[in-house]
Design a protein around this ligand. Structure first.
Ligand code: ADP
Ligand code: MG
Length: 324
């Protein structure tokens, strides 16, 4: 297995109290596989990714439990300089906002080239040639002519391609893309998503695709992990989830996607708000919003029940959710 996260726990200690952002997350990704991590804002998707990458804000953040195994090696036991070597070379991250992730005062060829001068000790000219090659690979038209330009001179979609190129530069085994298309127009979203899927196949990378939008993952993901209040509440192969979700929260998310064939129907919204992570409700964290909630849901934390060999649902009434 390329990456295995086991029972990860992350807290943030602030003046107001302790926010339990990640509460026992386990997931894994193999080479060539795409795992989509889904959930509303604040469910712990990015914090989990930051813990994997070793870029968590500590303090106030703190990993209080669990393991992160990369090719079998526990990353949490490594020193910072060993982590740094893995970051970039073996795993890389793509963020939502390319404009703030890229350096505004360094030309694109120099930014990309730096990956090769710093990490691979290539001379500048060779590094620049590599930079242009990467820009071509991610589909930037006129790459050679535009390589000397600055990030703000490119459109949002092209900037996102540049960030993808930066992430790909050292041919990592794992890419974590955190809401990579959220800031883009719908048509550009699809193009960037296609590019990611294509590169993932071509390079046989593992891809973790974080999104709050179930609509974008159907065509690109192999598996889905749905997060709520810092836990995985459902995990399954992507087609199973679309056909029949086994958790009321996933059902709510699915019903809230706009569908072309249901024009004019009012869009469904899950009632209520995500919980305050300093006061996560007892029992199942979703119970205050759940249409199936009963007494046991208010007192007992549901384990991840095995729905089938490769599916799990953390709902006491998953059978009802699945068949209802
Ligand atoms: P998302 O699922 O939207 O990516 P995050 O993983 O970013 O959510 O955040 C989960 C929760 O962790 C936030 O709602 C917040 O309570 C807490 N958190 C994240 N980053 C910080 C931080 N730098 N300082 C304090 N709390 C944080
Ligand atoms: Mg996030």
């Amino acid at each position: 297995m390329l990456l295995e996260v086991r029972d990860l726990q992350v807290e943030f200690r602030t003046g107001d109290g302790v926010a339990k952002a990640v509460n026992g997350v386990s997931y894994s990704v193999d080479a060539g596989e795409t795992l989509a991590v889904l959930g509303e804002s604040g469910s712990g998707k990015s914090v989990t990714a930051q813990a994997i990458m070793g870029i968590l804000d500590t303090p106030p953040g703190k990993i209080t439990g669990g393991e992160i195994l990369f090719r079998g090696q526990d990353l949490l036991s490594l020193k910072e300089d060993e982590r740094r070597k893995i970051r970039g070379a073996s795993m890389a991250m793509i963020f939502q906002d390319a404009l703030s992730a890229l350096n505004p005062v360094v030309s694109v060829d120099n930014q990309l080239g730096e990956m090769f001068t710093v990490h691979r000790r290539l001379p500048r000219k060779a590094a620049r040639a590599k930079a242009v090659e990467l820009m071509e690979r991610v589909g930037i038209p006129g790459a050679r002519e535009r390589a000397g330009q600055y990030p703000h001179q490119f459109s949002g979609g092209m900037r996102q391609r540049i960030m993808i190129a930066t992430a790909l530069a050292l041919e990592p085994d794992l890419i974590i893309a955190d809401e990579p298309t959220t800031a883009l127009d719908v048509t550009v979203q699809a193009q960037v998503m296609d590019l990611l899927a294509h590169l993932r196949r071509e390079l046989n990378m593992g891809l973790i695709l974080i999104t709050h939008d179930l609509g974008v993952v159907a065509d690109v993901a192999d598996r889905i992990a749905v997060m709520y209040a810092g836990r995985i509440v459902e995990t399954a192969p992507v087609h199973d989830i679309y056909k029949a979700p086994a958790h009321p929260y996933t059902k709510g998310l699915l019903r809230s996607i706009p569908r072309l064939d249901q024009k004019g129907q009012e869009l469904y919204a899950i009632k209520g708000l995500p919980p305050n992570l300093m006061r996560i409700p007892p029992g199942c964290a979703f119970h205050p919003r759940c249409p199936l909630a009963r007494d046991v849901c208010r007192t007992e934390v549901p384990p991840l029940y095995e729905v089938s060999q490769d599916r799990g649902s953390a709902c006491h009434f998953w059978r009802e959710a699945l068949h209802g």
